[in-house]
Design a protein around this ligand. Sequence first.
Ligand code: SAM
Length: 344
Amino acid sequence: MASTSPVTLSQSSARRLVDSHGRVIHDLRVSVTDRCNYKCVYCRTGELGAQYPELRIEEYLRLIKLFVSLGIEKVRITGGEPLLRRGLIELIESLARMRTLKGEPLDLAMTTNGHLLENLAGPLKAAGLNRVTVSMDAVDAPTFERITRVPGSFKNVLAGIRAARTAGLAPVKINCVLLRGFNDDQIEAFARFAREEDVVVRFIEFMPLEEGRLWTPEIVVPLVEIVDCIGRDMPLVPLPPREAGETARRYTFQDGVGEIGIIAPVSQAFCGACSRVRLTSDGKIRTCLFSQVEHDLYGRMRAGADDASLSDYIVQTIYGKEARHHIGEPGFLKPSRSMVHIGG
Ligand code: SAM
């Protein structure tokens, strides 16, 4: 368990977010709503709707600005489904005007299910968004729509991916969560999709973050199995990491066309290199996806705290970031919120 010994004001004025394990935090994920227009079977029960309030856009901006003043360089907007959020374009426009401590623009990304992206890709790019990741768990329409439980969703998402590429939200990344016996027959087709559509496909191991109770170790399709499966027909060539702490293992094909990545938080956890924290749609800091506690930043802001004391609170909270998650270990406890309500 991370030490929660208090950080002094002089440390906080050093203006860097460092946890008690020495990790520098420069990546913030912000959920702007926990509403979603999909009910993906591995994520949601289909019976629950939104469960948490949303802040006003200017409230997110004030909080994000504080994080940026403390060293955050990359901001990813997520949800729920962020494209459902009114004021999203204005939020991106304002974020694009912010500068990091080095005086550079933020690295601004978004994770979306892509359902509404066809019409929004251009305006988002014009507003200053750099990149987009689209979640897509199958490349054939019937399987995809069995997962999302929304008829017609495949056509929309494919159009959204193509619009994102045309708009220059590059590289367009596709996130695919694999579940054994459910969509693991899609692996090779996804590898071909990466090449044909000129997108980066990233397979993500399924984590115990669903609303219901579906997760078992056996349902996770681990990294080695994915590499073996693709490699049988299309040998993979490993790519070197672009930065320390890169979460995805990256591969290309023998002719160098196309890229796939595998994110293996379960079979090959990368907590030691974690550089991220999250802000939920209702303004709570979560220092780990699997945190058992949340830190009510917005509550302090509403109570009238000034920027200096909110900054100190952020610094102290992040200092106590958990060393690692405990997926698959005896006594593992699911977090109080599921992925859709935390912000993926
Ligand atoms: N609505 C947006 C979307 O679909 O990308 C953003 C929110 S969604 C919760 C973010 C990502 O989390 C998606 O790629 C989704 O597949 C992934 N996800 C959801 N539940 C997961 C789980 N239990 N394990 C791993 N990834 C999960």
